[in-house]
Design a protein around this ligand. Structure first.
Ligand code: ATP
Length: 446
């Protein structure tokens, strides 16, 4: 992972947030190539979940919401991590994660007191990861919601609004709007990509656990009890999408949740085999019954029942949710594409074997020599032509070998070189990233 992180930085994919000020934990900026790859993943997700599904529609809801939304969703009271502080060095530990390391599962629904009891029972096996001490403060639930003073002009912070703890709430808030203003009929889905913020106590593992993140969510609204078959179809669909990104199947697995919240029927995570720390969650697929809409109906006082247009039957729909972390997906795609290989000529290279559709740059165009005006003019012409339809880069820096290495490291599928033959017969050399094979192609056939 260290090599991957270093390539991501060196080649302008991902930078530490606020780096010139020393960096801020859990925040990252996507650089020039990173934003292209990120947007290509998003576009693929959107195409699969909105364009290609007749009964799914898209949404982009405001990040700030009425604070009661987070009460209804349970985030103001229950969205917390159990923490304890080392008495010697003040390092804060996630009690549930430390217990997990020694094979003890802490239930998500446990109260502070219950967690404390479980922690005490296993106290002799838990050491501070920083200094090794075994004395800790009492377990405390630390709320992860991030507050803001938007619209609060008292200056006293008495009426905070929250940044979204998860992106999907906007979908529930607009369920009625969408039913009332579009032609959707149950079963129908709503897809949204949105930002979320979490006061993660120990952000770590690069893009895996950050404090600002983006989630790509779908919520399928269904008739009560018609969840089983649809849930299996969604799982299959999500799996196939990851394969379509070019991720190797052996690096993916499903993991079922052991402890379900009281309203949920089933929950599975898609896990990716991250270098260094192994299989870990990139997406959750949740069978949530009618909990979300029921809660919002209760807290808002707005009727969120759905009336079947044919039978006039009235019910609160059940929800099947998929929620993927964009940063985690980006990291999975990036890690999976990262290869270090020895070429037939004995040279070692680092190459990002990204699927062409995801690659930040599709074509790189080189004049063989930068000091020959006729080659430069022709290369410019080819560059202008390709840029109309593809993300294309012009490069005349260093020798050709160096240019290939650079393009390999950012995953460019094809490099096009303009040489003296081009001026004679209108053909160029196209070099393939994966095979490194070079073929002559007419410019008009590119
Ligand atoms: P975890 O158990 O790892 O904290 P979670 O179960 O709380 O994750 P959800 O609330 O189900 O995660 O969020 C859905 C998705 O959002 C996750 O599968 C993950 O990809 C992403 N996600 C959640 N928290 C973070 C984070 N702090 N940084 C990056 N991505 C995150």
């Amino acid at each position: 992972m260290d090599d991957i992180i270093s390539l991501a930085k060196r080649r302008g994919f991902v930078y530490q947030g606020s780096e010139i000020y020393g960096g801020m934990a859990g925040l990252y900026d996507f650089g020039p190539y990173g934003v292209e790859l990120y947007n290509n993943i998003k576009a693929s997700w959107w195409k699969t979940n909105v364009r290609l599904k007749e009964n799914y529609v898209g949404l982009d809801s405001a990040m700030f919401k009425d604070p009661r939304v987070w009460e209804a969703s349970g985030h103001t009271s229950g969205f917390s991590d159990p923490l304890a502080e080392c008495k010697k060095c003040n390092t804060r530990i996630r009690v549930d994660k430390e217990l997990e390391k020694i094979g003890v599962t802490a239930d998500e629904k446990m109260s502070e007191a219950e967690l404390q009891k479980l922690f005490d029972e296993n106290r002799d096996k838990i050491k501070c990861p920083n200094c090794g001490a075994k004395e800790f403060s009492p377990v405390r639930a630390f709320n992860l919601l991030v507050k803001s003073n938007l619209g609060d002009f008292t200056g006293e912070g008495k009426n905070p609004v929250y940044l979204p703890g998860e992106a999907c709430q906007g979908i529930y808030l607009n369920f009625k709007n969408i039913v009332d203003t579009t032609r959707v009929k149950i079963p129908f889905g709503v897809a949204q990509i949105g930002k979320a913020f979490r006061n993660e106590i120990s952000p770590r593992n690069f893009l895996f656990r950050t404090r600002e993140l983006e989630q790509a969510d779908t919520q399928l609204f269904i008739r009560p009890n018609e969840n089983k078959e649809a849930y299996e179809l969604i799982k299959k669909d999500r799996w196939n999408w990851y394969l379509s990104l070019g991720i190797e199947e052996k690096n993916l697995q499903w993991k079922q949740h052991e402890n379900l919240v009281f309203y949920a029927k089933d929950a599975w995570d898609v896990e990716y085999n991250f270098p260094t720390w192994g299989f870990d969650e990139i997406e959750g697929v949740h069978d949530r019954t009618n909990y979300d809409l029921t809660q919002h109906m209760k807290f808002s006082g707005t009727d969120l029942n759905y009336t079947d247009p044919h039978t006039n039957e009235k019910y609160i729909p059940w929800v099947l949710e998929t929620s993927m972390g964009m940063g985690r997906c980006f990291l999975a795609v990036f890690s999976d594409a990262y290869k270090v290989e020895t070429l037939p000529n004995g040279e070692e290279r680092t190459v990002l074997k990204l699927k062409p559709a995801l690659a930040p740059v599709k074509y790189a165009v080189f004049p063989l020599l930068r000091n020959k005006p006729e080659l430069v003019a022709k290369a410019r012409e080819v560059y202008e032509m390709l840029s109309q339809n593809f993300a294309t880069e012009y490069d005349d820096n260093g020798n050709i070998g160096k240019r290939y290495r650079r393009q390999d490291e950012i995953g460019t599928p094809k490099c096009v070189t303009i040489d003296f033959d081009t001026l004679e017969d209108g053909t160029v050399t196209v070099r393939d990233r994966d095979t490194t094979e070079q073929t002559r192609v007419a410019i008009k056939d590119l």
